[in-house]
Design a protein around this ligand. Structure first.
Ligand code: PLP
Length: 473
């Protein structure tokens, strides 16, 4: 029987690594073994294809290429130029965007590029024009001081962390909460849904320069047309962070008001979640913002990662293939099946269900546990998840009261609705057999017989949907 090309590639690569540092080769093998042994329900993770993974392991990594294609600070960048142009070309075609910048190393970097592009266009540029100079270096000290103060005195309105926003949307420990005068919108306490009238009223009072849409843990689909109307009314720039749901946009599951690209001036994303690419970030924008976004380096980035841009190009090419739309649809069908399965077994879900790729299970309300206890107990039962705050969470972000579950990874493996029902049963069975240890919010006991039974069921399910079949390293 022919040996699959990826088997040869991965095994050879590990042999080469092992000659220098065998413990690293071992850790890479062990990671594959544990990814194969556990049900991955982390909403922000996926399994990239061998082509995406292999595009990263090569000499493109060695090249410095600060700047943009055709305009670099280093000689000899013509192949990196090709890579970056191909990736950006796929991104603009896939998402229907006017411009794409594929250099950000991660989602947080993409958001930083976006924030500073908005500040550069809306604060710095008019200031330089008024001062009659072309470049910040030409400002005399007093004016430079004035500009720096103005840049640091702008407002941003984003979704709060407990409502499902991300820490880069204005959480104080993150730079976004420090560089902006920041305020958050939440969700309706009864329904858990975004209340657009409340967001509009908040925006009218607060008058932000930047309105941020997008989420990490909101199980519904925001209406970006409405958010753009709010932004326009108060003179804000709408920035949508689609890190979580980029795959659903790429697969045309989210269209019209639910597609951020036609509505937001700037859209940021990660490439490694539902989009199923390499770990990285990307910024899409209108033509008006292109020159500012392209200043990501030196604004907040150093040299790009050409090998990762190559892998982004491969992943975006995959997302442009016809099969990707079916994958994206199936992610949502599976999330709904998982939510239904949990609800039928008496679980409590934030917003009562899902319309996207994720479900937030309220384990405090349903099982008397903290998110931290539930996360650890589920891991023992063979299911990898992450704890998450629920709206107005009494347990805070660390212990939390929820568990976030997502279907992009298991959908990549080919799991379907019947599998989701089985998983809902495994999860509720494990959580019912878990009890808090005294008053601790971290410790718990889980009946070992139940845990072993759950692990067996997870193993059986995974045996039917192997990860990287044919690859034995
Ligand atoms: N934005 C959102 C909405 C996210 O969910 C995340 C990651 O979880 C990020 C940004 C940050 O991405 P990264 O971890 O690649 O910096």
């Amino acid at each position: 029987m022919a040996v699959p090309a990826e088997q040869v590639a991965f095994r050879s690569a590990l042999d080469v690594v092992a000659e220098v540092e065998p413990r690293i080769a071992e850790a890479i093998r062990a990671e594959l073994a544990s990814q194969r042994a556990q049900l991955k329900l982390i909403a922000s993770e996926n399994y990239a294809s061998p082509a995406v993974l292999l595009a990263m392991g090569n000499w493109l990594s060695d090249k410095y290429a600060e700047g943009t294609p055709g305009r670099r600070m280093y000689a000899g960048c013509e192949h990196v130029d090709d890579v970056e142009r191909i990736a950006a070309g796929h991104a603009t075609a896939l998402f229907g965007a006017e411009h794409a910048y594929v250099q950000p190393h991660s989602g947080i970097d993409a958001n930083l590029v976006a924030f500073w592009a908005i500040l550069a266009r809306r604060v710095e540029r008019p200031f330089l024009d008024a001062a009659g100079v072309g470049h910040v270096n030409d400002l005399p000290p007093a004016q430079w001081d004035d500009l720096r103060r103005r840049l640091g005195d702008q407002r941003m309105l984003g979704m709060s962390l407990d409502a499902g926003g991300h820490l880069t949307h204005g959480f104080r420990p993150n730079i976004s909460g420090k560089m902006f005068d920041q305020s958050s919108y939440g969700v309706d306490p009864e329904t858990g849904l975004i209340d657009y009238d409340a967001v509009a009223a908040h925006a009218r009072r607060f008058r932000p320069l930047v309105l941020v849409g997008g989420y990490s843990a909101y199980p519904r689909n925001p209406n970006f047309r409405v958010l753009r109307e709010v932004a326009d009314e108060v003179g804000a720039t709408l920035l949508v962070d689609m890190a979580h749901f980029a795959g659903l946009v790429a697969g045309r599951v989210l269209t019209g008001d639910l597609d951020p690209v036609p509505h937001a001036e700037i859209v940021t994303t990660t490439t490694h979640k539902s989009l199923r690419g390499p770990r990285g970030g990307m910024v899409l924008c209108t033509g008006d913002y292109a020159e500012y976004v392209d200043r990501g380096c030196p604004m907040v980035l150093g040299g790009p990662l050409p090998h990762v841009m190559a892998a982004k190009a491969v992943a975006l090419a995959e997302a442009r293939r016809p099969g990707f739309a079916g994958y994206a649809r199936e992610i949502v069908v599976n999330a709904r099946a998982l939510a239904d399965g949990l609800l039928r077994r008496g679980a409590r879900l934030v917003t009562g269900g899902t319309d996207n790729h994720l479900v937030v299970l309220d384990v405090a309300a349903g099982f008397g546990l903290t998110g931290r206890q539930a996360e650890a107990a589920l891991l023992e039962a063979g299911v990898v998840t992450n704890r998450n705050a629920v709206p107005a969470d009494p347990n805070g972000a660390w212990y939390a009261s929820g568990i976030r579950l997502g279907t992009p990874a298991l959908t990549t493996l080919g799991c379907g609705e019947a599998d989701m029902d089985e998983i809902a049963d495994v999860i509720t069975t494990a959580l019912r057999a878990t009890t808090p240890a005294g008053t601790s919010r971290a410790r718990y006991t889980l009946d070992e017989t139940v845990a072993a039974g759950c692990r067996g069921r997870c193993a059986e399910l995974l045996a039917g949907h192997p990860l990287y079949p044919g690859v034995e390293v």
